[in-house]
Ligand binder design. Sequence first.
Ligand code: TYD
Length: 219
Amino acid sequence: MASAKFITFEGGEGSGKSTQARLLADRLQVRGIEALLTREPGGSPFAERVRALLLDPAIPAHGALSEALLFYAARADHLDKTIRPALAAGRWIICDRFSDSSRVYQGAAGGLRAATLDALERLVVLPTRPHLTLILDLPPMQGLARARARGTLVGGVGAPTDPFEGRDASFHEHLRKGYAALAKAEPQRCALVDATKPTDVVAAEIWALVEQRLLSGAR
Ligand code: TYD
């Protein structure tokens, strides 16, 4: 049996991560691999409480450092209570967003220095880094339109769901560039997937990547 793998999904708003994470879990199950689906911010009782604070549209203005520290506080508990125990028990993990979101939202787009995020990464995440990170890429305007059409938005259709969706166009462009840079810097861990394609085509590409990178040799 292959040892348990940790897979993360990343991308801008409305990139289809949650749908693709579910489809991948279903596909793994057909192969006899039980994966735990989890998300960030969240994934443990404490981290879900921090999520509610971070995504509250009424949260008072605050800096990127305060924000990053809260995301990493939630992450530390998520790793301790959910991710590490599951991996130790041989269970695969599929996580909808992880620390690359901090690098890109609070770092590349939010203005925090890479060295600050590297320090938090060492303190909180190591040695539990993802084996594979799937970055769903699409033009920000397309993703935001999708997210806003979902109809589940705080404030009704057309309103931002969370404080991040409502940021200006250049913030979302920086996110996309940040993710592209990450994929280039860490090609062995990260793969950029074209999320403008239909859901089933994206799912097939993701499955091919998982087979190639995590399952070949484990049959
Ligand atoms: P969520 O509703 O889960 O959005 P999405 O469907 O886009 O994943 O909200 C999570 C928001 O938090 C999202 O806008 C990205 C942001 N975020 C950060 O800014 N930093 C982080 O470290 C994480 C995990 C998320």
